[in-house]
Design a protein around this ligand. Structure first.
Ligand code: BES
Ligand code: MN
Ligand code: ZN
Length: 521
């Protein structure tokens, strides 16, 4: 990915490939969004010729880009940068969380169109209600994520993108701080994308656990514990063992602890957040096997685990002051002579039993154990992320995650963090009466709901059985964890969805205070 720097850190580079000028749309045509007539020595028209822009089809609406190629490129004279007009839409709409997302996408559009190789400078607009540092963070996130590629498996060299993005805003100190923060978040989102995009033949549960251990090995605030099959058996993780039974590859359970040097303390209490991520490295469906088309993308079924672990990395790098423990059960879901069969009953960590009527509803089986372990440690809240149900894609499409939980305040706080981070989450009701959908003839519950009815809710109701009374939120990221489009700052494949929401939450002092001071019984 490209480097993100700021003027204060780097000074104006001698040679710029492109300069990005933010532009608003208005009733009188496009208007330059910054009141600095030029950008640090690079002369720019303070006003645009609206009629001319219009003839080029550029109105300044959000996500529009117009590249003005440097005339010197043709004459061979001293290179002058291309000028890239970057549309932001009407000035009144550039505000709040929506404004942050507009900036992410504008920076992404700029990076995608600002040529190949070299350094490009992007001038930052003001966003009403958003601190300058956060505008820089949004631009750094969008710009660097747009430059993400997963091309380790291509034999030909991919065409080079920009090598560096320099951000330029009003207050250099704030811009530098925000840009560094956004670049770190982008690096961790890229880690999650790399893990999701890695083929399942290479990213086995063992390898996944190794990668996590290696990535965190030199981090003094983070410790990783990996449970092998023997330990998983000793710990009675019957859900995880059941799903793993069909596979030649052994399962893993990864526990990662983040313990900051200087944790928050409110009224003598240190908050503690638990995270759980679904880590199915390949979901064939098991004996209830998926059709070929449905299996094509199932290397991505560990997107929840990837997001949780990558978020920890970013939080640690940013000096987050809330202690966090993350749990990631990891296994393949494959059919074989040793696989679990429809009708089998599994005894989970908590002692509760689950009748497995469909081996393709495997995520809830491993999360039952992961959630039970998480709550045993007595956290103030637990949040799980899982590519859990196709029903969530039906209900909310590919861009919005389902959000369910047992605590209204927690659900609202998570949703607000998602909005700030540009990851839309929408609540679905955890309708208690639908518990009837998961009643089993023989066991405490069954792992399927009713066909065609509220599949995301019945899955979440099963998970709820394993969180006791701990405030809990569940993100069903089956839709947004991968995309089929190259749009905005996402590219085909893994998106790293969830990382940014978790970072926004886990670095929030207000959330930490809520965790530590919530009345408990
Ligand atoms: N991993 C899938 C859910 C999924 C579907 C994720 C599409 C991403 C895209 C999950 O394990 C699954 O197979 N769920 C089943 C449950 C059903 C059998 C009760 C589903 O949603 O069809
Ligand atoms: Mn499945
Ligand atoms: Zn699955």
């Amino acid at each position: 990915m490209i480097d993100v720097t700021t003027l204060s850190a780097a000074g104006l580079p001698a040679e710029l490939a492109a300069v990005g000028v933010p532009v608003h749309s208005s009733g009188d045509g496009p208007v330059v969004a910054i009141d600095r007539g030029g950008v640090d020595g690079v002369d720019l028209p303070a006003v645009l010729d609206a009629r001319w822009c219009e003839r080029q089809g550029f109105t300044g609406k959000a996500a529009q880009i117009l590249v003005l190629r440097s005339p010197n490129a043709a004459t061979g004279a001293a290179p002058a940068p291309d000028v890239v007009l970057v549309g932001l839409g009407p000035v009144a709409a550039l505000a709040g969380d929506k404004g942050r997302e507009t900036v992410r996408r504008a920076a992404a559009g700029f990076v995608r169109s600002a040529g190949s190789g070299g350094t490009a400078l992007l001038a930052l607009p003001d966003v009403a209600g958003v601190p300058a540092a956060d505008v820089a963070a949004a631009a750094a996130e969008g710009g660097s994520l747009a430059s993400y590629r997963f091309d380790g498996y291509r034999s030909a060299d991919p065409s080079p993108g920009l090598s560096a993005l320099v951000l330029r805003g009003g207050d250099p100190v704030a811009v530098a701080e925000g840009a560094a923060r956004g670049a770190q978040v982008a690096r961790s989102v890229a880690l999650a994308r790399d893990l999701v995009n890695e083929p399942a033949g290479s990213l086995t549960p063992e390898r996944f656990a190794d990668v996590v251990s290696e990535r965190f090995a030199s981090n003094p605030a983070i410790s990783v514990e990996v449970w092998d099959e023997a330990r998983i058996t000793d710990e009675r993780l019957g859900g995880l063992l059941g799903v793993a039974a069909g596979s030649e590859r052994p399962p893993r359970l990864v526990r990662v602890e983040y313990r900051p040097d200087d944790p928050f303390e409110f009224d003598g209490r240190v908050p503690h957040l638990a995270l759980v991520g679904k880590g199915i490295t390949f979901d064939s469906g098991g004996l209830s096997i998926k059709p070929a088309a449905g299996m094509e993308t199932m290397k991505t079924d560990m997107g929840g685990a990837a997001a949780v672990l990558a978020a920890l990395e970013a939080v640690a790098a940013m000096g987050g002051r809330t202690p966090i423990t993350a749990w990631a059960p990891m296994t393949e879901n494959l059919p074989s002579g040793t696989a679990i069969k429809p009708g089998d009953v599994l005894t989970t960590r908590s002692g509760k039993t689950i009748e497995v009527l469909n081996t393709d509803a495997e995520g809830r089986l491993i999360l039952a154990d992961g959630l039970a372990l998480a709550v045993e440690a007595g956290p103030d809240a637990v949040i799980d992320l899982a590519t859990l149900t196709g029903a969530a894609v039906v209900a909310l499409g590919k861009e919005i995650a389902g959000l369910l939980g047992n605590d209204e305040e927690l659900v609202a706080t998570v949703q607000a963090a998602g909005a700030r981070a540009g990851e839309p989450l929408w609540p679905l009701p955890l309708h208690e009466d639908y518990s009837a959908h998961i009643e089993s003839e023989v066991a405490d519950m069954k792992n399927t709901g009713r066909p065609g009815q509220a599949g995301t809710i019945s899955a979440a109701l099963l998970l709820q059985e394993f969180v006791s009374d701990v405030p809990w939120a569940h993100l069903d990221i089956a839709g947004p964890s991968r995309t089929d489009d190259n749009r905005g700052y996402n590219s085909k494949g893994g998106t790293g969805f969830g990382v940014r929401t978790l970072v926004a939450l886990a670095t929030s002092e207000e959330f930490a205070r809520w965790l530590a001071t919530r009345p408990r019984d």
